[in-house]
Design a protein around this ligand. Structure first.
Ligand code: ZN
Length: 287
């Protein structure tokens, strides 16, 4: 059964570790992440972007697939199914379809509008027992062109949004989606520290987890980060393993073209990446 991310993140914040959000793209991704979480006895959050939602034939299809897998694979660790960077409309659709957690990304709105829309969703999520992530200070991305540093959130605005009753807060602290540029300035721990001082027990979320050095991840966790989003890293691992299989000509030998064989190395690569991250984040045996 899917659960809200509230309990797992409050425990993580108190225990000074982080729960990974791993974004899913298809059946192989979902199965690899769920099996690894179960093997490591770790709580887990499955992230779905609106684009991935469309790709997987809509939110209802995803809810059906994830619930089916939890049952068929005998998954007993806490699993939250979470909308990543949702629009206001997208969040409502996911709630209707049976997601257990949503992110409303109102960071591109003026702060007053971000507050008003977040507030409405807090009421809906509270009523249904779902967790809600909000964002302040947009997180940079490679689509924005060359960036040396992601944007840093205003700690006072973070406090205003945190006080609305959300479950977890994503705040820009110099992090970026996708691959980090060579000249990246690193995470702003001063900003993170100022945000945590003002927001207290609120679990903080670090987006763009791919390529942040391990020591920075650990420092971020020590300063209140309790949820870390991983997306690109699983994609890179899957692509590299699939490339190796094809370049070795394995798809041309015997029944190597069978999708169950062709996609197996990528599946194993995702499992290895998720395991590495869960160990780094400290969520192993925290289910
Ligand atoms: Zn993000």
């Amino acid at each position: 059964m899917l659960v809200s991310a509230k309990d797992m993140l409050q425990k993580a914040k108190a225990g000074k570790y982080a729960v990974g959000q791993f974004n899913i793209n298809n059946l192989e991704w979902t199965k690899a992440i769920l099996l690894t979480a179960q093997e490591l006895n770790s709580p887990v959050i499955l992230g779905v972007s609106e684009g991935a939602g469309k790709y997987m034939c809509g939110y209802k299809t995803i809810v059906g697939m994830v619930n089916g897998m939890i049952d068929e694979l005998g998954i007993t660790v806490p699993v939250a199914l979470h909308l990543d960077h949702g629009s206001y409309e997208g969040a409502k659709k996911c709630i209707e379809a049976g997601f257990s957690s949503v992110m409303f990304d109102g960071s591109h709105y003026p702060i007053e509008e971000n507050i008003a829309k977040t507030k409405e969703l807090v009421a809906t999520c509270d009523e249904l027992g779902l967790s809600l992530e909000a964002e302040v200070g947009s997180i940079g991305g490679e689509e924005d062109g060359v960036v040396g540093a992601g944007e840093c959130a205003d700690p006072n605005e973070c406090k205003m949004i945190a006080d609305l009753g959300i479950t977890m807060l994503a705040a820009g602290i110099g992090n970026i989606h996708g691959k980090y540029p060579e000249n990246w300035a690193g995470l702003s721990f001063d900003t993170l520290d100022a945000i945590q001082q003002l927001t207290g027990d609120m679990p903080l979320v670090l987006h763009g987890g791919t390529g942040i050095p391990a020591d920075m991840i650990q420092k971020a966790i020590s300063l209140g980060v309790s949820k870390i989003n991983v997306n690109t890293e699983c994609q890179l691992a899957f692509a590299a393993a699939t490339r190796e299989y094809v370049e070795a000509g394995k798809d041309l030998s015997g029944k190597g073209f069978d999708p169950r064989k062709l996609l197996a190395p990528g599946f194993e690569a995702i499992k290895a990446t998720v395991k590495e991250k869960m160990e780094l984040f400290g969520s192993v045996n925290k289910a």
